[in-house]
Design a protein around this ligand. Sequence first.
Ligand code: ZN
Length: 55
Amino acid sequence: MTNCKTATDADGVRPVPDAHEALERTCPNCGADMHSQSCKLRCPRCGYYKSCSDF
Ligand SMILES: [Zn+2]
């Protein structure tokens, strides 16, 4: 069985934790899930947005 070794390798090459990316995509104003639009994130609920230079 090499399943154990494969799982370890996959976990080692992950560049960024999923939790961090989820936090960046959450609207700080209302907490809704923001949508990426070209080079900025926009909130569909309250209209808040931030450009890529902000993060
Ligand atoms: Zn919002």
